[in-house]
Design a protein around this ligand. Sequence first.
Ligand SMILES: *Cc1c(COP(=O)(O)O)cnc(C)c1O
Length: 398
Amino acid sequence: MTPHGTTAGPGTAQGSGLLPDLTQHEIQALRTRFNLADAHTHQRQSAAQRGIVERLPELWYEAENGLQATYEQRFTEAFFRLHRQPTALAKNKTLLSYAASISTMVAGMYLKKQRMDVTLIEPCFDNLYDVLRNMDVPLYPIDEAVLHDPDSLYERLRRQVRTDALFLVDPNNPTGFSLLKHGRKGFEEVVRFCKDHDKLLLIDFCFAAFTLFDPEVARFDVYELLENSGVRYLAIEDTGKTWPVQDAKCALITASDDIRKEVYNLHTSVLLNVSPFVLNMLTQYVEDSRRDELGSVRQVLDENRDVARKALDGSILRYEEPAVKVSVAWFRIDHPELRASELQRLLAIEGVYVLPGRYFFWSQPGKGEAYVRLALAREPRLFAEAMVRTREVLDRHA
Ligand SMILES: *Cc1c(COP(=O)(O)O)cnc(C)c1O
């Protein structure tokens, strides 16, 4: 096996003029009128959220006067209560950082120090691949499709995973696939495989908020499963893609007891604490979402998803139905010649910035040329205008 990640990435094909990563696309998109690139939250505040903004000075002074540990505890409790993770709450060993990428870097440092190689899901958000590659962690792909059927996944993992660790994203970004699609069994089988074969299991749960209050994919107490199984694990959670708070965010990383001390030592080599003000503010957003069952978060996404589907219905873009309605929409290009990179360029000329799929297929970028990703956490009026423009461009090139 030759690891991926030691050579060129999806955007580095020689002489192609492609940008090296999705983040550089997203930076371009921030200068574009209709930015549908990054999955960050650009929608406006709901009425209740405006109430939180009005109280910001109060939250500032409260945090200034209190103890750091108080705001960490309150935030962590609110977060895991919203996510219905009583075991994570009771274990009380979760570490907080400023961004999911920081938590991923800590995980990467652990992998590097232990000289572990990793099987990483494909497609996935390229940031994970890039962070691990830049830390020289040897990476091998596993097709997300291997996870689709809980009855066969144990056997398929057994045949395909040769590395020390398995790194999954659930729900996945960009596809919205989740092991929860068929209840508990998918996660149970993954955990059983990792336990039986002594694999470190890493799971990026940054999109997990979108599985809450959804009758079709109800999130169960996954930390209970992880803890009771005795599997070695690292689990990353996040607030960044859920609430519209201008990128003030907090990520959480939890380790199984057997590696917790080493992970803690790596974590403290990176940071002391997340801003108590940010924690105090985020706690208000989390509590608000517990009250409205994520209503304000979901409503914008549902509205924009519907608008996108209607506006693009009958065009060359085919909506890919996700297992979980996450904050991005994944479309397949149904056209004999038009590739995602070219479509992205044509749309950008018209002021609509979408992400070409090649970067998500980090080991086989060519496969991603059949897909584009649209971010949904946007102001609905702006999003609707973007969809009208997009349809015009698509019809021109149909
Ligand atoms: C955005 C994202 C991250 C990284 O979050 P940052 O806040 O940019 O560090 C990690 N995992 C997933 C699934 C994401 O969507």
